[in-house]
Design a protein around this ligand. Structure first.
Ligand SMILES: Cc1ncc(COP(=O)(O)O)c(C=O)c1O
Length: 402
């Protein structure tokens, strides 16, 4: 193999030598260390696992078996039903973190009393309640558990800092929706969710971008202060209508700050488990890269160049260089500005190409966590140098939830 020696690379290459890339590994030691760190940062609040950032049932089970984790924040109702039911459910407490319009899945939810007791839907409007009723009127179904999704962005006049989620922003709006839920038959107000993406998902120390880091920190400080007051007021207003069973907030990037908000009873996190590149630039924590993928070198187009098969495993979100996969082993490789990560092949350049031959492999990190699993059927678990039985991804189990 290459002339560039590296114990990390040698370990990965050795452990997977009999496999043909493309392949992905899950470093269980790194995963466990990352899981411990999330629990530490949550400061005693239970961590609900954001399944979109994992997309592998075995990995979800492993994390949920650890103290400090409780429940799943799923991203689709069909997924939630799959995780929450059957002979060996991943969890009996699954909140679907995004509203659903999947009528077939709603039909299945209301046809199964166990599923209805284990799965909670988020709503931010009576429209979503109407959709449930259109599938099955309250008289012909068990009560459906709902969680109010409250906008946790920072608003100042026309300025909106954060993601576009719920239209429900003020305590009065939250109380009105709580009354709408409790005032109609067939629904149970189970919880409140207020996810501050502008704090949890925006790096406050992006590598090589000092000025941006300073600006982000300033905005995040303002947002955290504003939200601490508003989230408490929202919860008080909702509680005056009906006591919510849980108040969920945060994500990997905000755990300690979200957990410091007395109104919050649990936090959510997922990305910090796999430690993708978009989570490198935070001051409060540094996850270990637990998920990596390997692509094979298939040709050498010229001096200082090596081409791997595939490579366009690009992360969702606003397009930009930070969404591209990053070649990490051997060290000293970079994508070409003219081609970036290609559809079926990806040329690389840099000193890391020295010694690379056809058939060698290059190890990459994905920019995001769970999306990696949409490209492979299994994750190969590594404990130290030992490779375990492959862990099927959602895709490997024939499941795609969008
Ligand atoms: C509702 C909600 N909570 C929490 C998270 C945080 O997930 P992660 O820790 O993977 O960033 C997300 C991510 O988008 C989310 O949508």
């Amino acid at each position: 193999m290459s002339a560039v020696p590296s114990p990390a690379r040698a370990r990965l290459d050795r452990a997977t030598a009999d496999l043909d890339p493309p392949l992905a590994v899950l470093d269980l030691d790194a995963l466990d260390a990352n899981a411990d760190d999330l629990v530490r940062r949550a400061g005693g609040l239970p961590v609900r696992v954001a399944s979109k950032s994992v997309r592998c049932r075995a990995a979800l089970r492993r994390v949920l078996a650890r103290p400090g984790f409780a429940g799943v924040l799923a991203y689709a109702l069909a997924e939630a039903l799959w995780l929450a039911t059957g002979p060996d459910p991943v969890s009996e407490d699954v909140v679907v973190g995004y509203p659903t319009a999947d009528r077939a899945a709603l039909r299945r939810l209301v046809a199964d009393g166990t599923a209805a007791a284990r799965v909670t839907l988020v709503v931010d409007s009576t429209d979503q309640l109407d959709l449930v009723d259109s599938v099955a009127p309250p008289s012909r179904r068990p009560p459906v558990r709902v969680c109010l999704d409250v906008d946790a962005s920072l608003r100042a006049g026309p300025v909106h800092v954060g993601v576009r989620r719920s239209p429900v922003h003020t305590p009065a709006e939250a109380a009105a929706l709580a009354r709408a839920v409790t005032g109609r038959p067939g629904f149970v107000l189970a919880g409140v969710l207020a996810y501050e993406a502008q704090v949890a998902g925006v790096p406050d120390d992006p590598p090589g971008r000092r000025a941006r880091g300073l600006a982000v920190r300033g905005l995040q400080a303002v947002s955290v202060r504003e939200l601490a007051g508003r989230r408490a007021a929202v919860v008080a207003a909702v509680t005056a209508v009906a006591r919510p069973g849980f108040v969920n907030g945060g994500g990997t990037g905000s755990l300690e700050r979200t957990a410091a908000d007395a109104a919050v009873t649990e936090v959510a996190a997922g990305s910090g488990l796999f430690g993708p590149t978009l989570f490198d630039g935070y001051r409060a924590f540094t996850p270990r890269p637990a998920a990596l993928f390997a692509l094979p070198v298939t040709r050498l187009p010229g001096p200082g160049l090596a081409t791997v098969a595939g490579g366009g495993w690009i992360a969702s979100g606003p397009p930009g260089a930070e969404r591209l996969p990053r070649p990490v082993l051997p060290a000293g490789l970079r994508l070409l500005g003219t081609e970036a990560a290609g559809e079926v092949q990806t040329p690389l350049r840099g000193r890391g190409t020295a010694g690379l031959r056809v058939g060698d492999r290059v190890w990459f990190r994905h920019a995001k966590a769970g999306e990696l699993c949409e490209h492979v059927d299994v994750l190969h678990p590594l404990a130290g140098d030992v490779r375990g039985e492959p862990l099927p991804t959602y895709r490997g189990e024939g499941r795609a939830f969008g």
